[in-house]
Design a protein around this ligand. Structure first.
Ligand SMILES: *[C@@H]1O[C@H](CO)[C@@H](O)[C@H](O)[C@H]1NC(C)=O
Ligand SMILES: *[C@@H]1O[C@H](CO)[C@@H](O)[C@H](O)[C@H]1NC(C)=O
Length: 455
């Protein structure tokens, strides 16, 4: 039986090793470290096809920056070092206007993606690396590599202003809570607002593979919802109603040398950046287990967590304080908040990463796996009489359920992300929206209440 809350730590860790084995080799093959880092012969002997790195296949498409005599006229504040996305937009616009007037734009330069969720600029311009940030960064980076023009915006108002500068060139407007624009007659194109953003250019930026139940979901639904994670209900991506875009950590991962097992610290990394995660409903263990396990296994349980007593709406007045679980005398050690580089380095020095139930679908397990660090993916729910049937598992990271060693998540290479972004930018969404509209008009005729939009 997979682990339950009631089991003692040793049993849990033993059972978890089954899961560990199933996710152990993910991404390792990309790095060719199979034989050098793993001590278990049963895993090390598995045949793995060494894939050529897709990174080496990435050649930036042509993109024509403004010529130096144009650049010279503008403020030097507009440099890559700027922490203000308006400076980044100014530079991009200069490139675009220059190439249009000089008729030398790159192949994709006159196709614009408006990246209108705050996460994009927070990640790209200001270095934030939460889940949406990692996703936003990957989208930005790969669109740019393909030579598309991108602009940042932080609201639909701002995106609308940008859209009106280049109505024909803007291919997609990507923002969370996309329904807010559809609901607002000053935002979406309509009879009263002929210069608004056409409904079919608005894409919902939704990290989880939601089929539209999230707040202010796009009323277009379907492929107009972009997801950071593949829809776990379908094996083939095309079968899902959603549009999986995803992210890749391949390039970041290849920059970090893998630490051989032999050189690692005797530690398990606890995946939790806030103390709240061991107090919420999805917490899969018992707070007392970490120090017990540390002593039984003679390994430290370490992490870098903050002690925000109000995180994710926790109310200490009604819910009580959340005392820290750090117990350095018994092997439970908190390094406190860490930079991305320090986090990666600490994880790379660990022998395993253990999930605690949340954050749901966090990208961090991939960072561990790519460094050859197994991830213990807690199974929160399963079917009692079919405990090993994975289609009934509810885990912290559902995308990892299906993996068996050896496994290479081809859908997570930079190249795969670029292929999906290309499809997003190059698909004739208007034509698809036209057939959706036709279907909806029929539904209205038959008395249904559905969202109608203008093409
Ligand atoms: C958690 O551990 C404490 C102390 O060992 C114990 O009293 C409690 O019953 C445990 N709770 C669960 C849910 O296992
Ligand atoms: C697992 O459960 C699914 C869904 O109920 C079912 O279709 C499948 O046949 C089961 N697999 C096995 C191996 O029993």
């Amino acid at each position: 039986m997979p682990f339950s809350r009631q089991n003692v730590p040793r049993t849990k860790i033993f059972l978890a090793s089954g899961i560990v084995a199933s996710v152990f080799v993910i991404l390792l093959s990309l790095r060719g470290v199979m034989n050098s880092t793993l001590s278990s012969p049963s895993i090390a002997n598995i045949h793995v096809d060494h894939q050529p790195s897709s990174i080496s296949n990435l050649h930036a498409e042509q993109y024509t920056p403004a010529p130096p005599h144009v650049d010279d006229i503008f403020s030097s504040a507009e440099t890559v070092e700027s922490k203000d996305y308006h400076d980044w937009n100014a530079r991009t616009l200069r490139d675009l206007y220059s190439c249009i007037s000089m008729k030398n734009c790159g192949k994709n330069q006159q196709k614009i993606a408006l990246l209108a969720s705050h996460w994009f600029e927070e990640a790209v311009v200001r270095g934030w690396r939460g889940g949406e940030g990692i996703w936003g960064m990957s989208i930005y980076k790969n669109l740019r590599l393909m030579g598309y023009t991108t602009l940042f915006a932080n609201s639909f108002e701002e995106a609308l202003e940008q859209y009106r500068l280049f109505p024909d060139l803007v291919k997609v407007v990507i923002r969370n809570r996309a329904g807010e624009c559809h609901e607002n007659p000053h935002c979406v194109k309509g009879p009263m607002n002929p210069r608004g953003i056409p409904a079919w250019k608005i894409f919902d930026f939704e990290f989880f593979p939601s089929v539209g139940g999230h707040p202010y979901a796009t009323p277009l639904g379907g492929k107009w919802i972009l997801s950071a994670n593949p829809d776990p209900r379908f094996i083939a991506e095309e079968d899902s109603p959603l549009q999986y875009i995803g992210y890749s950590i391949e390039e970041d991962c290849q920059k970090i040398p893998v630490v051989r097992l032999y050189h690692r610290s005797n530690q398990v990394w606890m995946l939790m950046k806030q103390i709240k995660y061991v107090y919420d409903d999805r917490f899969t263990w018992n707070r007392s287990y970490f120090s017990m396990a540390a002593q039984e296994l003679e390994m430290n349980f370490v992490g870098g967590w903050m002690l925000d007593q109000h995180y994710l709406g926790w109310d200490p007045k009604t819910q009580g304080d959340m005392p820290d679980i750090a117990d350095p005398g018994h092997g439970v050690i908190n390094f406190g908040p860490l930079s991305m580089d320090d986090f990666m380095a600490h994880v790379g020095l660990s022998k395993a990463m253990v999930g605690v139930g949340n954050p749901f679908w966090s990208p961090s397990p991939y960072n561990a796996l790519c460094q050859g660090v197994p991830f213990i993916n807690p199974i929160i729910n399963w079917k009692k009489d079919e405990p090993w049937n994975k289609s009934h598992w509810h885990t912290q990271h559902p995308s990892l359920n299906q993996f068996e060693p050896p496994f290479i998540p081809q859908h997570m290479t930079e190249l795969a992300v670029r292929e999906r972004l290309k499809r997003l930018m190059e698909t004739d969404w208007k034509e698809l929206a036209a057939s959706l509209l036709e279907q909806r008009v029929q539904e209205v005729k038959s008395g249904k209440k559905v969202y109608i939009f203008e093409l």
